[in-house]
Design a protein around this ligand. Structure first.
Ligand code: F6R
Length: 251
């Protein structure tokens, strides 16, 4: 089941998403959070850090599992997803860094690292709440459009559209890694609850395809239609195509 919350803009989307994550942490202080990188969650992470600073929530016993990591980037590389998480969230909250997990982009045997990661997430009992951004091509994690869904954590070749979208963070598109390690849809669908966030008109087509289109690996996010507890928090621009089609949203 999918519940859609519409917010006015990025700032209110971020606050709403932060409140949903905070509620999970308050309900279960030792919850497992599935976390995402990218531009979309930055505002929510900032708000969560403020809530920790204000003494309203604590990440002391929280465990986290991130969706993905670029293959070949060291954790100290400023575009690695480990670096992003430290910089945007972990360094600003009271989480024990030993309880945070990101796939190892430097693993000599990437396939073995993927298997280790799946086993790890399973051993933690899967995510209680999995946060997702949405690619303009409908990707979740780095599960790119394909002719099949991949269940396990795997090494993926990034599409030109994703490389172009991420080139803004690198000196040039040539520097964007061509591969990544990503959770498959198995881990994502095993999360007890999924929170997908999206902002801006460039996500409108993907959001519409994900929740109003057919369930197809050509739009990986569409598999979320089969999940029993999905919350979408998105701003008016990102939801414009759904609302124009008459899909009911909560405000
Ligand atoms: C990041 C991730 C990606 C992003 C997606 C949207 O960990 O898994 O699926 O969520 O590419 O990125 P932004 O938020 O930058 O538009």
């Amino acid at each position: 089941m999918v519940k859609i919350y519409q917010t006015a803009d990025y700032a209110s989307m971020s606050r709403r998403a932060a409140h949903i994550i905070a509620a999970e942490v308050i309900r279960n202080p030792s919850c497992v959070l599935g976390l995402a990188t990218g531009s979309t969650p930055v505002g929510a992470y900032k708000r969560l850090a403020e809530m920790v600073a204000e003494g309203d929530i604590s990440f002391k016993n929280v465990k986290s599992v991130n969706l993905d990591e670029y293959k070949g980037l060291a954790p100290t590389h400023d575009q690695s997803y480990r670096y992003f998480m430290q910089d945007n969230l972990f360094n600003h909250v009271d989480i024990d860094v030993a309880n945070t997990n990101v796939p190892d982009g430097l693993a000599a045997d990437a396939e073995a690292e993927c298997a280790r990661y799946d086993a790890l997430v399973e051993s933690l009992g899967w995510a209680d709440l999995q946060l997702l951004g949405l690619g303009r091509n409908g990707h979740i994690g780095f599960n790119e459009p394909d002719d099949h869904f991949t269940k396990e954590t795997h090494v993926v070749d990034l599409t030109e559209s994703t490389i172009d979208a991420n080139a803004r963070f690198f000196a040039s598109a040539d520097e964007v890694p061509r591969q990544a390690l990503t959770m498959g849809v198995g881990c994502i669908m095993a999360a007890r609850r999924v929170l997908l966030i999206a902002s801006g008109a460039d996500k409108a087509d993907a959001l519409y395809a994900a929740f109003c289109g057919p369930i197809t690996p050509q739009c990986p996010a569409s598999i979320l239609q089969l999940h029993s507890d999905v919350v979408v928090v998105a701003d008016e621009a990102a939801l414009s195509k759904l609302t124009a089609a008459g899909v009911a949203v909560c405000k």
